[in-house]
Design a protein around this ligand. Structure first.
Ligand SMILES: *[C@@H]1O[C@H](CO)[C@@H](O)[C@H](O)[C@H]1NC(C)=O
Length: 397
């Protein structure tokens, strides 16, 4: 009750507007409205104060922006606002979807093509589809005979693991023991140069260039292989990864896949009609050539803007071919070039792009994403700042 009354009393003092200032008093002579603020009114002081405060804030913002530019090599408004970095990072827009609780895929028999993995539901680009530990790891350097090492490893497997291992496909071998053939057909690189066999991931079939829709990568921290969706995948679609660099002509890709993995590739790109296939071969070969040319920047044989023109050209070819893989690394190359030439704005743009694509291919929490985030927040701290001639190298577009 007392609170109620208090509130009422607070609300009651009604000031006569005419006493604060003669608001909008209409002069009968001219008929025009004039607003007169007098010296001793509180509103006058309020206006002066808030103006002063705004000016002070503006000055503070400007000097913070200058300090930030000095420290980080890029001009940003309000860099000192709390949560600034988080806010900017969330402005990147796209966030990778979280791992679904439901099973996203199943291993199925594909008529005439052995086994494969098919999506059980629509899968959004960037989704983590699978994470798996290896049943078997072969280190790069062994001080024992590899065959007996592998035999020993297999003897320690559980019944289910052994079944999964021996169930994998392999390029027919003459030897009575098929385990080396299974390993050479299915193993992928793991940390420190070793190789590992991941029985579920090994069921992923291959697609060339724009035909593959998932990407696997090894996680040093957990010792697992992770598989992410490279683009939106619809329910019932086969999940395809890539076994080799397919930025080369069809006949070369097919010869390699046939000799190494023992199958004739019939992916969407390999099945294009002759004229389209020829066009695609040219585009893919051109991508490879441009990557080769880009490497010349490392030897200081290219200017920064020449290097970034190549990056954009590779990007555009990838767009035309539906080849979106490796974009994280491509943008990361630009993230090396731009700060080297002291172009903070460009470094920032490319770092944002690299974060986005690394998050799709490797997962949001991958160290490469963090690495790019650091450059995004403060290009000058990238470690290569100003190591080349100062130059405007240009952003993403
Ligand atoms: C992928 O799917 C999501 C969700 O359905 C949609 O918002 C997004 O635009 C799609 N992306 C592409 C590249 O088609």
């Amino acid at each position: 009750m007392s609170r109620q009354r208090k509130a009422n009393t607070k609300a009651t003092p009604k000031q006569d507007p005419a006493r604060t200032f003669s608001a909008a008093s209409t002069s009968p002579a001219s008929g025009r409205s004039t607003t007169r603020v007098t010296w001793n009114t509180p509103l006058f002081y309020a206006i002066i104060l808030s103006l002063g405060f705004s000016l002070y804030q503006f000055w503070q913002g400007q000097s913070a922006a200058r300090a930030y530019q000095e420290e980080c090599g890029v001009r940003l408004e309000v860099p000192s606002a709390p949560g600034f970095n988080e806010a900017v990072i969330s402005q990147l827009g796209w966030r990778p979807p979280k791992l679904s609780e439901e099973r996203l895929f199943e291993v199925v028999d594909l008529p005439g093509r052995g086994k494969g993995i098919v999506a059980l539901q629509d899968i959004e680009m960037g989704s983590l589809i699978l994470h798996e530990s290896p049943v078997l790891v072969v280190p790069r350097s062994l001080n024992v005979d590899p065959v007996s090492f592998v035999a020993h490893q297999i003897s320690t497997l559980s019944e289910a693991e052994r079944e999964a291992f021996y169930g994998l496909s392999y390029v027919p071998a003459d030897a009575p023991d098929v385990s080396p053939a299974i390993i050479s057909t299915n193993a992928v690189a793991v940390g420190n140069g070793g190789i590992g066999v991941f029985p579920t991931m090994a069921r992923l079939n291959h697609g060339c260039a724009g035909a593959f829709n998932v990407v696997y990568s090894f996680r040093e921290a957990t010792g697992e292989i992770v598989v992410h969706a490279l683009r939106n995948i619809t329910k019932g679609e086969e999940l395809l990864t890539t076994y080799t660099d397919t930025k080369r002509p069809r006949h070369e890709r097919q010869a390699y896949l046939s000799s190494q993995y023992g199958f004739e590739c019939s992916c969407a790109v390999c099945s294009l009609p002759p004229s389209q296939s020829e066009h695609s071969d040219k585009q893919l070969t051109k991508m490879s050539t441009l990557y080769g040319e880009l490497a010349a920047w490392g030897a200081a044989e290219l200017s920064g803007s020449q290097a970034l023109r190549l990056v954009r050209a590779i990007w555009a070819l990838g767009e035309q071919e539906g080849y979106h893989s490796e974009r994280g690394q491509l943008a990361a190359d630009a993230v090396t070039v731009a700060p080297s030439h002291s172009d903070g704005e460009a470094a920032r743009e490319w770092a944002a792009e690299a974060m986005r694509w690394f998050a799709v291919e490797l997962g949001e929490e991958h160290p490469r994403v963090r690495e790019m985030q650091k450059v995004f927040v403060c290009p000058k701290r990238s470690g290569v700042w100003g190591t080349r001639q100062t130059e405007r190298v240009g952003g993403v577009h």
